[in-house]
Write a protein that binds this ligand. Structure first.
Ligand SMILES: [Zn+2]
Length: 236
């Protein structure tokens, strides 16, 4: 049986003499893997389809649970990512988040659109902010939404200054209510911006801290650790 799907390459691994296994974030089947045969031969027509960050429409054949790439038509290869080390690490972090948070058969269309849009923004504009927005979107898709309301959900006081982030509920509360780990106002503001709310403050410092906080939250919720994201944050 053959099927067609838009997909983004999250990870690749060599196998056999000339082949690769690729892990894809698809529009309608969650995360799947597929064999890309012959793609390591010189001049192979489909070698582009087995490169990290390749966003394409794939035609895959499925037989007894195994999938093989038949053809692919490129939407975007995000080649700008290879020219900027920071953007490259941000994009690798994005792929790692998808790889660790997603499973087969989960609803993934919205996440694929967000991933492709974020990779484009990483090529053109701010990789940090694009990654932060994507991380929030991925956490939400996986069932761990982050909330940064204007007021404390416990006492209703307007959030400002020192506050806390509750790993259990994924929300900020005031320091007085004292639930969760200490969090700074710039972190909170960066997360509000990442969620599409209006917020001012020190952009880069807040975004760095926000990525660090989300990394801890990710590990708390999923029991798995990201390796590229902490490296990226250290580079900033
Ligand atoms: Zn409170």
């Amino acid at each position: 049986m053959e099927f067609k799907t838009d997909a983004l390459v999250l990870r690749t691994a060599d196998y056999g003499e000339n082949d690769k296994m690729i892990t894809l974030l698809t529009a309608d089947r969650g995360k799947i893997s597929a064999a890309a045969k012959g793609v390591r031969k010189a001049g192979a027509k489909l070698s582009f389809a087995a490169q990290p960050f390749c966003f394409a429409e794939y035609v895959l054949a499925e037989k007894s649970g195994r999938r093989t790439v038949i053809s692919a038509s490129l939407h975007d290869g995000f080649f700008g990512l290879r020219e900027d080390i920071g953007a490259f690490y941000a994009a690798s972090s994005l792929c790692e988040i998808c790889d660790k948070i997603l499973f087969e058969e989960i609803e993934s269309g919205e996440l694929l659109v967000s991933a492709a849009g974020s990779l484009r923004r990483m090529c053109d504009a701010s990789p940090v902010f694009a990654l932060l927005g994507f991380f929030l979107c991925a956490l939400k898709a996986a069932g761990y939404p982050v909330r940064a309301a204007e007021t404390c959900p416990v006492c209703g006081k307007r959030l400002a200054g020192r506050m806390r982030f509750d790993m259990e509920s994924g929300s900020f509360c005031c320091d007085g209510c004292g639930k969760g780990v200490p969090a700074s106002e710039v972190t909170y503001l960066a997360i509000r911006r990442g969620l599409g709310e209006r917020a001012e403050g020190d952009l880069l410092d807040g975004e760095k801290r926000a990525l660090r906080l989300l990394n801890s939250y990710f590990t708390y919720q999923t029991d798995s650790e990201l390796s590229t994201l902490p490296e990226y944050v250290r580079m900033l």
